[in-house]
Write a protein that binds this ligand. Structure first.
Ligand SMILES: [Zn+2]
Length: 301
């Protein structure tokens, strides 16, 4: 056994643990359905309990931020209707990063409604170079594909549609092309900055993962730089990439119980980023320990 085989085995072990956790959802995504709800004027949650999807009504068509797992496309369509919109008015899907659990409905929307789709240039190129980076092998649908992307977004791009301007900021770490989105939303006559950190999964910074996906070994360093880069964004409405990021479900439960708007939460952004930073440092320690283990087993690189 050499380093590559050692890391491949560790990657497989992690994957074997992950898949059974998803089995029930894959068999019937409706068990994770969430009744759509309003976060701010013109901003709705249309994701499920597994992954976040947000809908923006721009006054000149709808934008989705991400499109969920391929197997849950029907839940997204149901949610858009139940939120009071017609899915055929979804003009664009902006994707946070190139993993299958975020771009799953893009091709169905293109076929059904002519919806266009965008992702960072970095992730678009990475997927062309090595499509297995999207992890379609972990999808519930064996024939799921990487969608066509109509626009490749750059760091600092402003995506404009109707009354909405979305600032796209490259925040690499989870993938090299993660985009975070910032835009203004209104609530009860006041304007707030909404912020969505586009990829926070810690697993993707581990040695076995970066080796398997031929991703940069310094993914964790990139994540620390990304956190520093967007730290000072005055985010008042913190949106999740997965519901755990911003405690989507807890905030929604609070909203249902007490009323008001728990999504206007000045501390949420920094609480999340602080945890992400601590976890990233922990991943770096684990990586160091694994490097030492490999040196002991296989000698100096
Ligand atoms: Zn991901």
């Amino acid at each position: 056994m050499d380093r590559t085989e050692f890391l491949a085995q560790k990657y497989l072990e992690a994957r074997q643990k992950w898949l059974p956790k998803k089995a029930e959802y894959y068999a019937n995504p409706a068990i994770s359905y969430v009744e759509p709800f309003k976060i701010a004027d013109n901003l709705y949650y249309v994701g499920d309990k597994q992954v976040c999807i947000h809908l923006i009504d721009t006054g000149d068509g709808l934008i989705l931020l991400d499109s969920g797992f391929p197997c849950a496309t029907y839940l997204l369509i149901e949610s858009i209707w139940r939120a009071g919109f017609d899915p055929k008015n979804v003009k664009w899907i902006l994707h946070t990063h190139g993993h299958f659990d975020h771009f799953g409905a893009a091709e169905a929307f293109r076929t059904l409604y002519g919806t266009k789709s965008a992702i960072s240039r970095v992730d678009a190129r990475a997927l062309k170079e090595l499509p297995h980076r999207a992890h379609l092998d972990l999808s519930a649908l064996p024939y799921a594909r990487i969608p066509t992307f109509d626009r490749e977004l750059e760091d600092g791009d402003i995506f404009e549609l109707g009354n909405t301007k979305i600032r796209c900021v490259l925040t690499p770490g989870h993938t090299p092309g993660v985009l975070s989105f910032f835009f203004n939303v209104a609530w009860e006559g006041k304007t707030y900055l909404a912020g969505l950190f586009g990829g926070a999964g810690r697993n993707a910074m581990s040695r076995p993962y970066t080796s398997h996906n031929m991703e940069p070994e310094h993914a964790a360093d990139m994540m620390l730089d990304s956190i520093a880069h967007i730290w000072n964004e005055p985010v008042m409405v913190h949106l999740g990439n997965h519901p755990g990021n911003n405690k989507t479900m807890q905030k929604r439960a609070k909203q249902l119980e007490e009323g008001g708007n728990p999504f206007i939460a000045p501390n949420s952004w920094h609480t999340f980023l602080t945890e992400l930073k601590e976890d990233t440092l922990a991943v770096m320690e684990k990586n160091k320990a694994m490097d030492a283990e490999m040196t002991a087993l296989f000698g100096e690189e």
